[in-house]
Structures are given as C-alpha cells and as structure tokens.
Design a protein around this ligand. Structure first.
Ligand SMILES: Nc1ncnc2c1ncn2[C@@H]1O[C@H](COP(=O)(O)OP(=O)(O)OP(=O)(O)O)[C@@H](O)[C@H]1O
Ligand SMILES: [Mg+2]
Length: 243
C-alpha cells in the first residue's frame, strides 16, 4: 500500500527582502508500507523541508501530496492534525524534547491526543516504550540530565509511542558516536519492521544510508536515485588523499 505519494512537489519561500528562494523542485516520490528510504544530500539541499512535507507538517507551494490515497490539500486542518498524530512519528534533527519535563512525560505527550485505551493507559505505554529503548531506569530524568544518545532515544520513544505507520527520522545519528548511532538505527529498523511501518531516514552518514532499501540524493532541491557504492568509493578516495 502506498502511504504517501508526492507528485511534482515544489517549495519556495519569500524572504524578508521580497526575493524568492526555491527550495524544492518537481519532487516525485512514493513511500510504501514497510519501505525503508534514505535521503542524503548537502546541508541546505532541502532534506528537512522535504521530510516536513512528507510528514504533513509543511505544505508544498506546488504539486500534490496524497496520504493513504487521500489528497492532503483537500483535507481540513483538524482532520489533517488527527491523521498526522495517528500515522506519523517524527524524530527531529534537534530532538525537540521539552526541558523541565521528565523523559516519561515527554514520551507520553503524543498519547495525550489519543483516545480510549491509548489515552487512559498513556503512562504505562510510554514507560514500556522507554524500557524498550533501554531507558527504563531514567523515566524521571528531564532531557537536560541525559546524554545526547539518551536524549535521542527518548526522542525515538516519543516518535514511536503511537505506533505510527510512517516514521520520519531527520539525522537520527547526527549527535551520536558510531556505536550508539548503530544501536539507535537498529532500534528504529526493528520497531519499524514489527509494525510494517515505513521509515524515511535523512542522513549525512553513508553507513546509515546503506541500511535502507532505497537511496536518494537531494541536490539543490531536486531528487535522484543515489549511487551509494560510488559515494563510498569517492569518500574512501577522499580519505586517502594526503594533506
Ligand atoms: N522558512 C524558511 N525561510 C527561509 N529559508 C528557508 C526556510 N526553510 C528552509 N529555508 C532554506 O532552504 C534551504 C533548505 O533548508 P533545509 O532545512 O531543508 O536543508 P537541509 O538539507 O535539511 O540542511 P541540513 O543538512 O543543514 O539540515 C536552506 O538554504 C534554508 O536556509
Ligand atoms: Mg535539515
């Protein structure tokens, strides 16, 4: 089943001096249930912008977005918010955890918008998810008392606590050492495959990208299939060039 489908998606913004900045051009992309897609590209190439559009946080300036076959531009904002809350789990580039709230409160937050059992049992469900990411002993710690890797795992628990069908991860290993990064990616892969969720990962790290089934590169707002083997060869060559 196609979860989200972009056709001819473009995005531009108007800057304070009235000039126009084109961020994305003519993006066609389909993400299926159970898919694992990696998107690589230079800083400023439009990766976070694209992820925000896939996750219904941002709207394109042109082109169409269909989510579970429904055209997003035709949906009312309340319905869109509910659909996003139920189906999309975001792991943000800057974690976006609430300071001064415990890890448990942070992870339980998305369940505050749920109904029925998910709502009434939100504390237990959040605690079980934190247990799952190896933080069962830090439920009462606020983010400012956790390490970068621990904060990233809280952010992942929060993204996954409603069992979303689409998981969007923006540089999920950017702040982590190689070992913690691979633990975090292992967790994302594992939980995504348990629920047949689609996982879209943005990364600068070719090893992280290589875990995905399909790979794309964004270059100045245009998307194309990425040749990871070539990228690996070139990065090895670059590393071998003497100073
Ligand atoms: N709301 C906005 N107003 C003005 N410029 C914006 C806005 N959003 C994004 N941009 C610009 O669009 C370009 C793409 O931004 P985006 O955040 O998508 O890049 P990115 O590929 O995620 O970069 P990074 O790897 O550094 O996170 C950047 O030049 C950014 O400054
Ligand atoms: Mg970004």
């Amino acid at each position: 089943m196609t979860l989200v489908s972009l056709r001819g998606v473009a995005k531009h913004v108007v800057l304070p001096d009235d000039s126009r900045l084109d961020i994305l051009h003519g993006i066609d992309l389909d993400v299926e249930a159970g898919d694992h897609v990696a998107i690589v590209g230079r800083s400023g190439s439009g990766k976070s912008t694209l992820l925000n559009i896939l996750g219904l946080i941002d709207m394109p300036s042109a082109g169409s977005v269909a989510f579970e076959g429904r055209s997003v531009s035709r949906m009312r904002s309340g319905a869109l918010d509910r659909m996003r809350g139920r189906t999309v789990g975001f792991v943000f580039q800057q974690f976006n955890l609430l300071a001064g709230r415990t890890a448990l409160e942070n992870v339980a937050m998305p369940l505050g918008y749920a109904t029925g059992r998910e709502f009434w049992r939100r504390t237990d469900i959040a605690a079980a998810m934190l247990e799952r990411v190896g933080l069962g002993h830090r439920l009462d710690s606020p983010p400012e008392r956790l390490s970068g890797g621990e904060q990233q795992r809280v952010a992942i628990a929060r993204a996954l606590v409603r069992r979303p069908s689409l998981i969007l991860a923006d540089e999920p290993t950017g702040a982590l050492d190689v070992h913690t990064g691979s633990v975090v990616m292992g967790l994302l892969d594992e939980i995504a495959s348990e629920t047949d969720a689609a996982l879209v990962t943005i990364t600068h790290d070719l090893h992280v990208a290589a875990r995905a089934r399909r790979h794309f590169r964004l270059e100045e707002g245009r998307i194309a299939p990425a040749d990871l083997d070539r990228a690996f060869r070139e990065s090895t060559l670059a590393a071998e060039v003497p100073e």
